[in-house]
Design a protein around this ligand. Structure first.
Ligand code: SF4
Length: 461
């Protein structure tokens, strides 16, 4: 797969004839640098949606619908060939992104396998058989004579699952039982002398096992190539994109402030209590308590406030630069003189607003970015669901008004390292309203909270 700067060759001779790609080898395609990144982000949205669906305990039928919807929303292209190319390119880019640590590999392997499973199940049985032969599975269908000898046992297993054995057209494959662990664990196959009898409608397990094992090995090999050559060779072009992709945020753009009803600067304390996510609430409380925040905390809270959904005659839309300077100066005043503030802190605040240095207008941090930081001693930034001790987190949730039952649900997600879902459950518990999209960004938490409060009270804050 070759990456080019500006154009892609006509793909007419790059038609990839496959009903569902198996991603055996990188395709001989030229890819524009923009597509390299955008295709990967679209696929990441699909994988992230699957991850959220699984964490929320969605049933297989719900997952199937979710996968279809996510694919339609993010991966569709009017031309079938382009869609297949996008599918393959995005997979290989993410393979590069997610090969780099054990944790990343584990997540990617699990999400890609789930995606493959549901896509396979949605195919016709002819297409499924074609895919089986692409995998070159060494299994033969059970002969009529053998089928007759185990028919009663197969019927019993079918009945235990509420199904019947359609003997006339039943196709079974005999496979070593360790190759279909999910069917064995779910007691969904008849096992005899070390072999499992797998029905045609269960072959997805066989195929998925093969897919998973192949991808797992491929990720290790990709990691070796990445470490030994690609990272250095591409250090000025692809490496920065690859390294940024796994923490990049894929949701809506919160870099522009959004407008709500009238909120004046005097309401900020109240708004922090009702609508700030725990990460920002904690920083806000700390700045009030300590009259100081270290750099990481000032950045995280400052950028959030800058684009928060403010609208008032006092503050305009978003916490404008002058208001931000006034806010931080006033909060730091008990410990930092006005002169020292101007000298040591004002520059950074102006910098965040693009008025100093590279003149970049910095955007607020997404959850992924906040969760991935490692706060040091005395730091208060980061995501409380990841960085607080269990005791401190429980106490903070109780202070937010989360019921003890909901606290247990939140802690359950935290123990499984689903921090954004823990935050979503907190949102739902505090607002008494569902948040189906899940929390992906602190500013989204704020906006959704304001919307819920607005619809309940007819006004915000
Ligand atoms: S999940 Fe996101 S919004 Fe919630 S506390 Fe963590 S970083 Fe903040």
């Amino acid at each position: 797969m070759e990456v080019v700067q500006s154009h892609r060759k006509s793909s007419s001779n790059n038609v990839i004839v496959s009903i569902l790609p198996l991603y055996r080898s990188a395709p001989p395609l030229e890819v524009r640098l923009e597509d390299f990144e955008f295709f990967a982000m679209d696929r990441l949205r699909v994988l992230k949606g699957i991850s959220d669906g699984l964490c929320r305990g969605k049933k297989p039928e719900e997952m199937e619908k979710l996968v279809v919807d996510l694919w339609k929303a993010n991966m569709r292209h009017p031309q079938a060939v382009e869609e297949v190319n996008k599918d393959i390119i995005s997979h290989f880019v993410l393979r590069l992104v997610y090969c780099r640590t054990e944790e990343l590999r584990k997540w990617f392997l699990s999400m890609e396998t789930t995606l493959f499973r549901y896509r396979f199940c949605l195919k016709s049985s002819e297409a499924q058989r074609a895919l089986m032969s692409e995998f070159k599975l060494p299994y033969k269908a059970v002969s009529n004579a053998e089928f007759e000898s185990v028919k009663d046992n197969l019927g019993q297993v079918a009945r235990s699952m509420g199904q019947t054995l359609a003997a006339a057209d039943a196709i079974f494959y005999k496979v070593p039982f360790e190759e279909v662990p999910d069917l064995v664990a779910g007691r969904r196959v008849f096992i005899h002398k070390g072999h499992a009898y797998v029905a045609m409608n269960q072959v997805v397990s066989l195929v998925v096992t093969q897919f998973r094992s192949f991808l797992s090995k491929a990720l290790i090999l990709t990691n070796r190539k990445w470490t030994s050559t690609i990272r250095e060779q591409e250090k000025d072009r692809l490496t920065p994109i690859v390294e940024a992709l796994c923490t990049s945020y894929q949701g809506p753009d919160y870099s522009q402030p959004q407008e709500f009803g009238e909120i004046s600067i005097k309401d900020i304390d109240q708004v922090a209590k009702t609508s700030f996510p725990l990460c920002m609430r904690h920083l806000f409380e700390k700045v009030k308590e300590d009259h100081h925040l270290k750099h990481g905390g000032r950045m995280q809270l400052g950028l959030f406030l800058k684009t928060m959904a403010w609208c008032s005659c006092l503050m305009g839309v978003g916490l404008k630069l002058d208001d931000a300077l006034a806010f931080w100066k006033a909060e730091f005043a008990p410990k930092v003189s006005a002169e020292r503030f101007d000298k040591e802190y004002a520059y950074n605040i102006r910098h965040n607003y693009g008025r100093e240095g590279k003149r970049t207008d910095y955007t607020p941090y997404s959850c992924q970015k906040i969760i991935s930081v490692t706060p040091g001693i005395g730091d208060h930034h980061g995501c409380p669901y990841r960085h607080f001790s269990e005791e401190n987190l429980r106490a903070a949730l109780v202070r937010m008004g989360v019921s003890s039952r909901a606290v247990e649900d939140v802690m359950d997600k935290v123990h499984n390292r689903h921090y954004q879902l823990a935050c979503t459950l907190t949102f739902e518990a505090v607002h008494g309203s569902s948040c189906d999209a899940g929390i992906n960004h602190p500013n989204q938490y704020f906006i959704d909270s304001q919307r819920v409060l607005q619809s309940k009270n007819g006004s915000v804050a």
